[in-house]
Every structure is written in structure tokens, then in C-alpha cells.
Design a protein around this ligand. Structure first.
Ligand code: GLP
Length: 243
């Protein structure tokens, strides 16, 4: 079952996503699944505004992030750790110990994947927030990733590295080749999933996610089997599913 919300523009898409976050924040001990990328920045701004206006508190919120590059120190400007601090956590009252992000600098990445998956063993993410890669990836679950995958070491495709090169001064060589990513089965365990997609570059991925066959060549198509999926797309990203 899925719901599609077509937003007028990026700000409206962020605002729609914030409504879902607000629902979750009404719980006693909310658990949010978070993502990096340019897509959720508007949502994170609204989350921060809610705190700064005194309306929302994140003191009881626990978060798990989707992924982290392998080989970047956590203080590297392009690490997910740095992104999350700068774009969200530094501006909220969330306790440090409530924040979970894979350690991409671990000596043994495979062991880190197991540790991360185990940290989610007794936890159910109330709302998993997702962006969408232009090739249909979620987290760093690239095309070909099995639907039953758990947290794993992922090889980034050329396209993903190209898409993310602008964060690394436009130099694809500086984009890591591997990452630790929650798996598709890990994501599917969330109580509710929201995919936010904006801009024409995401139109094919949105189409394949919702209308395409459930095949690992479009990892996001796994979400068709999720009982509570909301897709928030602006008109550009939704252009292929509207007609
Ligand atoms: C990246 C991340 C994803 C993100 C996606 C889209 O590679 N690993 O978690 O959702 O690509 O990124 P953006 O929001 O910048 O378009």
C-alpha cells in the first residue's frame, strides 16, 4: 500500500514530510531513520525551526542513519557524520547517545555492519526518511542489491559517484568507492517509510520505484511491498507517474 503526495515544489515537499515527522514526535520514545543528501535539507530546516520556536523537543528521540562512506574520517567535511551534525543535530536538543550512524572508518567494516545491524535488533524505526538516487538506489543499496540484504558494505556505482562528485569539488576521484549501508530488508522493517524525491533527474527513478517491476535493478521498487509507504514528489519528479 502506498500513498503519493504530489507537491507543488521542493518547499512544499519538505513541509509534507515534516507533517509525518510531527506525527512520530508525538510518541513517547520516537525513533527516526535519517538520511544524508540534498533532498532532506528543507525537512531538516523545518525540524530545527520547530525546536527553535520551542514547539518541538528531540530529547527523547533516537535516530539511526542509513549509511556512511567507507574511508572518510567522521570529521571529514563530506562524511555523513559531519553532514548530520551541521544540517541537523547541532541545532537540536537530541542527546549524543541517541544518535546512531555507521562508522565508515572502522578497522573492520564487515564487523561494523554486523554491529550496526545488531544495534537495530530490538528497535523499530517509526519513520524511515529516504531520498532516491537517480538510478533508484536508497541508502547506498545500488542496483543489483538483493531485497533481503541487511547492513552491508556497498560498492558505489559510477553513476552514484558522478551524482555525488559535486560534494567533492566536482572530482569523482575523491568520491569513496564503498560505503556502509543499511540493507533493503533493514529499511523494510521500519513501521513507516517516506521517500522524498524532487526535480526532473528523479522522474525515472520515481516511475521505476512505483510502477516498475519489483526487481533489484531498481532497489527502491522493494518498497512496493511495504505496508506503509508514502512517496512525496514534486511535480517534476512525479511527471512520469501523473499521466
Ligand atoms: C546518495 C545517498 C542517498 C541519497 C541519494 C540521493 O547517494 N546515499 O541516501 O538519498 O543519494 O541524494 P540527493 O538527495 O542528494 O539527491
Amino acid at each position: 500500500m502506498f500513498t503519493i503526495i504530489v507537491a507543488e515544489n521542493y518547499d512544499e515537499a519538505s513541509h509534507e514530510a515534516m507533517k509525518l515527522v510531527r506525527d512520530v514526535l508525538r510518541k513517547d520514545r520516537p525513533v527516526l531513520g535519517l538520511t544524508a543528501g540534498s533532498t532532506p535539507i528543507g525537512l531538516y530546516k523545518e525540524m530545527i525551526e520547530g525546536y527553535q520556536s520551542g514547539e518541538l523537543s528531540y530529547r527523547n528521540v533516537r535516530t539511526w542513519n542509513l549509511d556512511e562512506y567507507i574511508g572518510l574520517d567522521r570529521s571529514h567535511p563530506q562524511s555523513c557524520h559531519t553532514y548530520m551534525r551541521e544540517k541537523l543535530f547541532d541545532h537540536l536538543d537530541i542527546p549524543q547517545e541517541n544518535i546512531h550512524i555507521p562508522n565508515g572508518d572502522a578497522e573492520d567494516p564487515e564487523a561494523e555492519c554486523e554491529r550496526y545491524e545488531a544495534s537495530l535488533q530490538d528497535v523499530t524505526i517509526d519513520l524511515q526518511i529516504l531520498g532516491l538516487g537517480t538510478d533508484g538506489h536508497i541508502g547506498f543499496n545500488e542496483p543489483g542489491t538483493p531485497f533481503e540484504s541487511l547492513t552491508h558494505v556497498a560498492e558505489l556505482t559510477e553513476q552514484t559517484r558522478r551524482d555525488n562528485a559535486h560534494y567533492f569539488g566536482g572530482n569523482i576521484e575523491l568520491v569513496p568507492k564503498k560505503a556502509i549501508s543499511m540493507g533493503l530488508a533493514t529499511v523494510m522493517r521500519a513501521r513507516r517509510v517516506v521517500v522524498i524525491a524532487t526535480g526532473t533527474a528523479k522522474a525515472n527513478a520515481v516511475y521505476n520505484m512505483i510502477k516498475g517491476p519489483m526487481k533489484s535493478r531498481c532497489p527502491a521498487s522493494a518498497l512496493q511491498a511495504h505496508p506503509r509507504l508514502t512517496v512525496i514528489a514534486d511535480k517534476e519528479a512525479a511527471q512520469r507517474i501523473l499521466f
